[in-house]
Design a protein around this ligand. Sequence first.
Ligand code: HEC
Length: 150
Amino acid sequence: MDPRHRSWVRAYVFVFAVSSVLVSFGRGESESLERLGVSTGVFTEEQAEQGAEAFEHHCAGCHGSALEGGFGPRLVPLDPFVYDGALLSKPFAYMRTEMPFDAPGSLEDDVYLAILTFILRANGYPSGDEPLSAEDDALARYVLDDPPAE
Ligand code: HEC
Protein backbone atom coordinates (compact mmCIF):
# COMPACT_ATOMS: atom_id res chain seq x y z
CA MET A 1 0.00 0.00 0.00
CA ASP A 2 1.38 3.43 -0.78
CA PRO A 3 2.34 5.27 2.46
CA ARG A 4 0.13 8.26 1.84
CA HIS A 5 -2.86 6.01 1.46
CA ARG A 6 -1.91 4.19 4.67
CA SER A 7 -1.97 7.38 6.73
CA TRP A 8 -5.46 8.10 5.41
CA VAL A 9 -6.52 4.67 6.46
CA ARG A 10 -5.04 5.28 9.88
CA ALA A 11 -6.82 8.60 10.20
CA TYR A 12 -10.09 6.90 9.27
CA VAL A 13 -9.59 4.15 11.78
CA PHE A 14 -8.78 6.72 14.44
CA VAL A 15 -11.84 8.83 13.77
CA PHE A 16 -14.00 5.73 13.66
CA ALA A 17 -12.59 4.48 16.96
CA VAL A 18 -13.08 7.81 18.71
CA SER A 19 -16.61 8.26 17.46
CA SER A 20 -17.65 4.74 18.42
CA VAL A 21 -16.31 5.31 21.91
CA LEU A 22 -18.36 8.49 22.11
CA VAL A 23 -21.41 6.72 20.76
CA SER A 24 -21.06 3.89 23.26
CA PHE A 25 -20.68 6.39 26.09
CA GLY A 26 -23.87 8.09 25.06
CA ARG A 27 -25.62 4.78 24.73
CA GLY A 28 -24.34 3.57 28.11
CA GLU A 29 -25.93 6.55 29.72
CA SER A 30 -29.29 6.15 28.10
CA GLU A 31 -29.26 2.42 28.81
CA SER A 32 -28.81 2.91 32.52
CA LEU A 33 -31.75 5.33 32.45
CA GLU A 34 -33.91 3.09 30.30
CA ARG A 35 -37.21 2.60 32.04
CA LEU A 36 -39.74 -0.16 31.67
CA GLY A 37 -43.42 0.00 32.43
CA VAL A 38 -44.69 -2.21 35.26
CA SER A 39 -47.39 -3.30 32.78
CA THR A 40 -44.74 -5.30 30.88
CA GLY A 41 -44.86 -8.00 33.58
CA VAL A 42 -42.07 -7.45 36.10
CA PHE A 43 -42.85 -10.02 38.80
CA THR A 44 -43.79 -13.69 38.94
CA GLU A 45 -47.11 -15.21 39.91
CA GLU A 46 -45.30 -17.07 42.68
CA GLN A 47 -44.10 -13.80 44.23
CA ALA A 48 -47.60 -12.38 44.14
CA GLU A 49 -48.94 -15.53 45.81
CA GLN A 50 -46.38 -15.25 48.59
CA GLY A 51 -47.29 -11.62 48.88
CA ALA A 52 -50.98 -12.44 49.18
CA GLU A 53 -50.33 -14.55 52.24
CA ALA A 54 -48.03 -12.00 53.86
CA PHE A 55 -50.47 -9.18 53.10
CA GLU A 56 -53.31 -11.06 54.77
CA HIS A 57 -51.13 -11.55 57.80
CA HIS A 58 -49.51 -8.13 58.16
CA CYS A 59 -51.59 -5.60 56.28
CA ALA A 60 -55.17 -6.71 55.70
CA GLY A 61 -56.24 -5.78 59.23
CA CYS A 62 -56.02 -2.10 58.25
CA HIS A 63 -56.19 -2.13 54.45
CA GLY A 64 -58.83 -4.86 54.03
CA SER A 65 -58.46 -8.36 52.58
CA ALA A 66 -59.61 -7.03 49.21
CA LEU A 67 -57.37 -3.96 49.64
CA GLU A 68 -60.55 -1.91 49.88
CA GLY A 69 -59.29 0.10 52.84
CA GLY A 70 -60.36 0.43 56.45
CA PHE A 71 -58.27 2.11 59.08
CA GLY A 72 -55.66 2.53 56.34
CA PRO A 73 -56.42 3.83 52.83
CA ARG A 74 -57.52 1.48 50.04
CA LEU A 75 -54.69 0.12 47.93
CA VAL A 76 -56.84 -0.67 44.86
CA PRO A 77 -56.64 1.53 43.00
CA LEU A 78 -53.41 2.98 44.29
CA ASP A 79 -53.74 6.73 44.83
CA PRO A 80 -53.04 8.14 41.35
CA PHE A 81 -51.89 11.47 42.75
CA VAL A 82 -49.11 9.69 44.58
CA TYR A 83 -48.25 6.82 42.27
CA ASP A 84 -49.17 7.59 38.65
CA GLY A 85 -45.93 7.58 36.69
CA ALA A 86 -43.88 7.05 39.85
CA LEU A 87 -40.96 4.66 39.97
CA LEU A 88 -41.65 1.36 41.65
CA SER A 89 -39.03 2.22 44.23
CA LYS A 90 -41.45 4.80 45.65
CA PRO A 91 -44.14 2.52 47.12
CA PHE A 92 -41.45 0.02 48.10
CA ALA A 93 -39.48 2.60 50.07
CA TYR A 94 -42.67 3.85 51.70
CA MET A 95 -43.85 0.38 52.72
CA ARG A 96 -40.43 -0.57 54.02
CA THR A 97 -40.04 2.47 56.21
CA GLU A 98 -43.64 3.28 57.22
CA MET A 99 -45.58 0.00 57.18
CA PRO A 100 -47.08 -1.86 58.93
CA PHE A 101 -48.29 1.36 60.54
CA ASP A 102 -47.99 -0.15 64.02
CA ALA A 103 -44.58 -1.81 63.40
CA PRO A 104 -42.71 0.07 60.64
CA GLY A 105 -39.82 -1.75 59.01
CA SER A 106 -40.50 -4.98 60.91
CA LEU A 107 -40.58 -7.30 57.88
CA GLU A 108 -37.81 -8.73 55.71
CA ASP A 109 -37.12 -6.96 52.42
CA ASP A 110 -38.20 -9.94 50.34
CA VAL A 111 -41.51 -10.03 52.22
CA TYR A 112 -42.11 -6.35 51.44
CA LEU A 113 -41.16 -7.10 47.86
CA ALA A 114 -43.61 -10.00 47.61
CA ILE A 115 -46.36 -7.85 49.16
CA LEU A 116 -45.62 -5.12 46.63
CA THR A 117 -46.08 -7.62 43.76
CA PHE A 118 -49.38 -8.74 45.28
CA ILE A 119 -50.57 -5.13 45.43
CA LEU A 120 -49.48 -4.65 41.81
CA ARG A 121 -51.39 -7.74 40.72
CA ALA A 122 -54.45 -6.55 42.59
CA ASN A 123 -54.14 -3.28 40.65
CA GLY A 124 -54.34 -5.16 37.36
CA TYR A 125 -50.66 -5.51 36.47
CA PRO A 126 -49.81 -8.86 34.85
CA SER A 127 -47.14 -11.23 36.12
CA GLY A 128 -44.21 -12.19 33.90
CA ASP A 129 -41.37 -14.70 33.73
CA GLU A 130 -38.74 -12.95 35.83
CA PRO A 131 -39.04 -12.35 39.56
CA LEU A 132 -38.87 -8.78 40.75
CA SER A 133 -35.64 -7.98 42.58
CA ALA A 134 -34.95 -5.14 44.98
CA GLU A 135 -31.18 -5.32 44.47
CA ASP A 136 -29.09 -2.49 43.06
CA ASP A 137 -31.91 -0.03 42.57
CA ALA A 138 -33.65 -2.49 40.26
CA LEU A 139 -37.01 -1.04 41.32
CA ALA A 140 -36.01 2.40 40.05
CA ARG A 141 -36.04 0.97 36.52
CA TYR A 142 -39.78 0.42 36.56
CA VAL A 143 -42.45 3.02 36.08
CA LEU A 144 -46.01 2.71 37.31
CA ASP A 145 -47.67 3.11 33.93
CA ASP A 146 -51.33 2.31 33.27
CA PRO A 147 -52.16 -1.34 33.88
CA PRO A 148 -53.44 -3.05 30.71
CA ALA A 149 -57.19 -2.69 30.22
CA GLU A 150 -59.08 -5.86 31.03
C1 HEC B 1 -52.24 -0.62 61.92
C2 HEC B 1 -52.82 -0.33 60.62
C3 HEC B 1 -51.98 -0.57 59.37
C4 HEC B 1 -51.30 -1.69 59.01
C5 HEC B 1 -51.17 -3.01 59.78
C6 HEC B 1 -50.72 -1.42 57.71
N1 HEC B 1 -51.04 -0.17 57.31
FE1 HEC B 1 -50.52 0.71 55.53
N2 HEC B 1 -51.37 2.44 56.13
C7 HEC B 1 -52.05 2.63 57.34
C8 HEC B 1 -52.41 4.04 57.46
C9 HEC B 1 -53.14 4.66 58.61
C10 HEC B 1 -51.91 4.67 56.29
C11 HEC B 1 -51.96 6.15 55.94
C12 HEC B 1 -50.73 6.76 56.54
C13 HEC B 1 -50.56 8.20 56.26
O1 HEC B 1 -51.22 8.72 55.36
O2 HEC B 1 -49.69 8.79 56.92
C14 HEC B 1 -51.29 3.64 55.48
C15 HEC B 1 -50.74 3.86 54.23
C16 HEC B 1 -50.22 2.86 53.41
C17 HEC B 1 -49.80 3.06 52.04
C18 HEC B 1 -49.87 4.36 51.26
C19 HEC B 1 -51.21 4.44 50.59
C20 HEC B 1 -51.39 5.68 49.78
O3 HEC B 1 -52.52 5.88 49.27
O4 HEC B 1 -50.47 6.49 49.66
C21 HEC B 1 -49.35 1.86 51.59
C22 HEC B 1 -48.80 1.55 50.20
C23 HEC B 1 -49.49 0.93 52.68
N3 HEC B 1 -50.03 1.56 53.77
C24 HEC B 1 -49.11 -0.39 52.61
C25 HEC B 1 -49.16 -1.24 53.71
C26 HEC B 1 -48.61 -2.56 53.69
C27 HEC B 1 -47.94 -3.19 52.50
C28 HEC B 1 -48.83 -3.11 54.92
C29 HEC B 1 -48.39 -4.46 55.42
C30 HEC B 1 -46.97 -4.70 55.39
C31 HEC B 1 -49.52 -2.12 55.70
N4 HEC B 1 -49.71 -0.99 54.94
C32 HEC B 1 -49.94 -2.31 57.00
C33 HEC B 1 -52.34 1.67 58.26
C34 HEC B 1 -51.82 0.41 58.28
